[in-house]
Design a protein around this ligand. Sequence first.
Ligand SMILES: [Fe+2]
Length: 329
Amino acid sequence: MPARILIVDDEVGARTALATLLRREGFEVSEVGEGAAALAECASFHPDLILLDIVMPGMSGFEVCRRIKATPETRLTPVVLITGLSATEDRIQGINAGADDFLSKPIDFNELLARARSLLRLKEFTDELEHAEAVLFSLAQSIEARDPYTLGHCARLAEMSARLGQKVGVSGEQIRALRRGGIVHDIGKVAVPDAILLKPGPLSPEEIQIMRKHPVVGERICAPLRTFRLVLPIIRHHHERQDGSGYPDGLRGDEIPMTAAILQLADVYDSLTTDRPYRAALAPETALKIMEEETTRGWWHPALFEALRDMIRSGPPAASPAKPGPPAK
Ligand SMILES: [Fe+2]
C-alpha cells in the first residue's frame, strides 16, 4: 500500500507541482487549499503524513495543526509545517501547535523526500503498535460480549477510573494506563470456560480457582506490549484487597499499586449499580453504603473510597467538547 500524503496549501501552482513530484515517487497524494477542507480530508483520506502551509486564508496552518493533534484519530499523524525563510517565530509557534517537522520555502524536494520517508517510517511503527492494541481491545470486547450482564462495563470503567485517578492526582501517564486498564483488565477471562463465567449460581472451590487465574492470564497476554507497561500491574492486582484477603498475590495496603486500587473501586461500584443474573441494579447510595461497610471491613482503600463517594455524589462530569470548536474570533 503506498503511503498517503495530504498537501494543504492555498497556492494552487506550488501545491500541484509538489503533488506531481510526490506521485511520481509512488505516493498517493491528495491536495486541498484551506484548513477546513484539510480537516475533512483527514477524516476521509486518512493521510499518513500532512504537509501544511502556515499562511492560508481562513484557518492558519498552526490552527489546523493544533486541531489535527487534538483529534484522537489523527494525533499520531505526522505534520510538516511549511514556513517562510527566516521563520524562528513560526517554528516556535509550530512546535507549540504540535508540528513534527518543518520545511522552509522554497522547498528543496530532496530534503522533503528524506524527511517524509523518515516520518512515514515512524508512522508505520506507531500504526503497528496501535494495531496490536486494537487487537487486544477487540479481544477484551469479545469477552465482555460473552456475558450480556457486563455489556458496556469496560467503557464505563475506563471512564470512571480515569476520573477517579484525576481526582486523586495520579499522573497523566497513569490516567492513560487506567483508561486502557478499564478496557482490558478482565482479558484473562478468555481462559475461563462459559460454564463457569456464566454460571448463575455460586461457584465450586475448583471453579473459583479457575476464575481467580484471570488476572495472571491477562497480565501474560498483555505483557509483550511495551505501551502496556503501566497497565500490567492494574490487570494483575485488580482483585487484591487492603487486608491481604484478595488475589492473586494477597498484597496488603500500600503494596497494592494505587492504579489497581483505583480501578478496583470503580469496578466494584459499577458491578453493584448494574443488573446481575441474581439481583437488580442497586441505587448509587445503596451501593456506596455496601462499599463503606466493605471499606470498614478492610477490603478497600479508605481515602480512595472517600474520593469515589465524593465523585459519585457530585454527579457526572460537565460535558467537555469532543471536537474543537470554531477558531477564536
Ligand atoms: Fe476481574
